[in-house]
Write a protein that binds this ligand. Structure first.
Ligand code: G1P
Length: 284
């Protein structure tokens, strides 16, 4: 039933300047793959067939990345580099499977998701934030497997002093895997946070969320927040949080991005041994 996913990729990526001056932050590579490709592959592993990118200015590198590069493919073929050729062909999603819509203004995550409303039909849709990189099982797949209607977010425990960086839920029933969401607030101060269970950038939302977003006023940071639209539906729509099995890296921060590169490097059979040796020698 969930065959479409929205990827908001309109952000400016100011925390990674100067790297992101002319390049979208979603194209920053972890080991050898851009963040956005990890998110697309996670969605594809969950059975997603339509990929909707909400983009902005200076994001054409993302469109090029998911399109054929005839010169590259011809050059790889001529040189007999069949492994590299298979790699670039395998990541293609097929004609028409990827759609782009421009956000036009950076007015927040809720606004970005709302910009995709005409491309979403009557079924629930997944939303993935490429900044949140997950090592391990496809988080969206785990969510779809546990999904039984309504809205759903991926959740994890966060340190209390970091609640101001997350949507934070008020938990109800909790079986250690699926948590009932009784309340949701965007980026509360630690002393105001209803719990330390934070939302990670993976959502399944019903089409009604788009109707709520039609008239959603600005919230935290002066932005139109997806969190606020989801919170408004509590009571009328079931809302669950899923504790996923993978390890999440916050690639919107430099430290999270560096940690992701090391963790994914150590998880790569071809790099693991050399990287481990180097780290061991480097650190006293
Ligand atoms: C967004 C959401 C927030 C969520 C976070 C996860 O915030 O608004 O609720 O917890 O992603 O990464 P952002 O990090 O884009 O400011």
């Amino acid at each position: 039933m969930i065959k479409k996913a929205i990827f908001p990729v309109g952000g400016l990526g100011t925390r990674f300047l100067p790297a992101t001056k002319a390049m979208p932050k979603e194209m920053l590579p972890v080991v050898d793959k851009p963040l956005i490709q990890y998110a697309v592959e996670e969605a594809a592993a969950a059975g997603i067939e339509e990929f909707i990118f909400v983009t902005g200015r200076n994001k054409t590198a993302i469109e090029d990345h998911f399109d054929h590069s005839f010169e590259l493919e011809a050059a790889l073929k001529a040189k007999g580099k069949s492994d590299a050729l298979s790699l670039v062909k395998a990541m293609m999603r097929g004609p028409g499977a990827v759609q782009y819509v421009r956000q036009q203004q950076a007015a927040g995550l809720g606004h970005a998701v709302w910009c995709a409303r005409h491309l979403v039909g009557d079924d629930p849709v997944a939303v993935l934030l490429a900044d949140d990189l997950i090592l391990g099982q496809s988080c969206v797949r785990e969510m779809i497997e546990a999904y039984d209607g309504g809205n759903m977010v991926a959740v994890m425990d966060v340190p209390r002093d970091q609640t101001g960086a997350y949507g934070i839920i008020t938990p109800g029933g909790d079986d250690g895997h699926v948590v009932d969401v009784r309340g949701l607030v965007e980026k509360p101060r630690p002393d105001k946070a209803p719990s330390t269970i934070g939302v990670v950038g993976r959502y399944i939302i019903t089409p009604e969320v788009f109707t709520t977003l039609d008239s959603q006023e600005r919230g935290a940071g002066g932005e139109i927040q997806l969190t606020d639209a989801l919170a408004k539906q509590i009571g009328s729509t079931p809302f669950k949080g899923l504790r996923f099995s993978g390890e999440r890296f916050d690639c919107g921060s430099k430290i999270g991005f560096l940690q992701a590169n090391i963790a994914f490097g150590l998880a790569d059979g071809a790099l693991e041994s050399d990287l481990r040796d180097w780290i061991t020698k480097r650190l006293p």
